[in-house]
Write a protein that binds this ligand. Structure first.
Ligand SMILES: NC(=O)c1ccc[n+]([C@@H]2O[C@H](COP(=O)([O-])OP(=O)(O)OC[C@H]3O[C@@H](n4cnc5c(N)ncnc54)[C@H](O)[C@@H]3O)[C@@H](O)[C@H]2O)c1
Length: 260
């Protein structure tokens, strides 16, 4: 594992699921992590889980759909650690009552999903990029989705947010390459998290069983399996990568519709 000792990292949606695993992996690798979430008990649990790790995790309540919260997170990291080296735009929501075709989707639901999943990436970058420039560079990694590449039914806002995240990744990579800021994305397949489990009524056994069928590796993924890829992309091992996405999906995107 790469050494991130002394690096300042912000993880949005870091309280549970993939963001929790990313926060803990960075702390294990020596980083100082600002974990942002709206679920305070979950955030506190991540802080506790990192006790004894070489790095630290500080929790901050922040609804990253809002400009003030994003600005506050960057200011907090600067106050604590003098800057931001790595930004993980991981947050995402896919509410069960949003599974609707566009003509039935309430406008407010569209706005909320786009604001949390996509606008937060813009806002965090807006405030973090100037700080990264002062540090002579940095890394931004966006959690998109395989659903940014291919569509399931009745997820117009989620699909648009994830496709937008992939486009934003390319755009930011171009605009900040001259500043030595690399920008990358990961596309998880089905990962064992509270978000995914909501779809099976929090029945994790059912989630594992049903999700396994779709993925060529014959199982769903673990949050730690996304986190390890994120840490590689943030490391010097990926120093010539920018503007690219990596599928972390057990082969899901390799499978054609005619495969079975
Ligand atoms: N789990 C999967 O199968 C899967 C697949 C593809 C992509 N993803 C993406 O991975 C990312 C993480 O997903 P997950 O499965 O870990 O989700 P999760 O729901 O398990 O965890 C997300 C965390 O974000 C927090 N959060 C929600 N709204 C927030 C807000 N406005 N501000 C700050 N924090 C907020 C939640 O409280 C939660 O702790 C998301 O972008 C999701 O779209 C997940």
């Amino acid at each position: 594992m790469a050494d991130f000792t002394g690096k300042a990292v912000i993880v949005t949606g870091g309280g549970k699921g993939i963001g929790r695993a990313i926060s803990l992996a960075f702390a294990s690798a020596g980083a100082n992590v600002l974990c942002a979430d709206v679920d305070d008990p979950a955030g506190q649990e991540v802080v506790d889980a990192a006790s004894g790790a070489p790095g630290t995790i500080v929790y901050q309540h922040a609804d990253v759909a809002t400009s003030a919260a994003c600005q506050g997170l960057v200011e907090k990291a600067v106050g604590l650690w003098g800057g931001v080296d790595i930004l993980i735009n991981n947050v995402g929501i896919q509410p069960l009552d949003s599974y609707l075709p566009a003509h039935e989707l309430p406008e407010e639901m569209w706005d909320r999903i786009i604001n949390v999943n996509l606008k937060s990436g813009f806002l965090m970058t807006k405030y973090a990029a100037p700080v990264m420039k002062k540090r002579d560079g940095g890394v931004i990694i966006n959690t998109a989705s395989v659903q940014g590449l291919q569509s399931a039914q009745n997820i117009p806002a989620y699909a648009a947010s994830k496709g937008g995240m992939l486009s934003l990744t390319r755009q930011l990579a171009l605009d900040y390459a001259q500043d030595n800021i690399r920008v990358l994305a990961v596309n998880p397949g089905t990962i064992e998290t509270p978000l995914a489990a909501a779809g099976t009524g929090n029945d994790y056994a059912k989630l594992r069983q049903e999700g396994a069928k779709a993925h060529p590796l014959g199982r769903i993924g673990k949050p730690e399996e996304v986190a390890s890829v994120v840490l590689f992309l943030a490391s010097d091992g990926a120093s010539f990568m920018t503007g690219e996405y990596v599928n972390v999906d057990g082969g899901l995107m390799a499978k054609g519709a005619w495969a079975e």
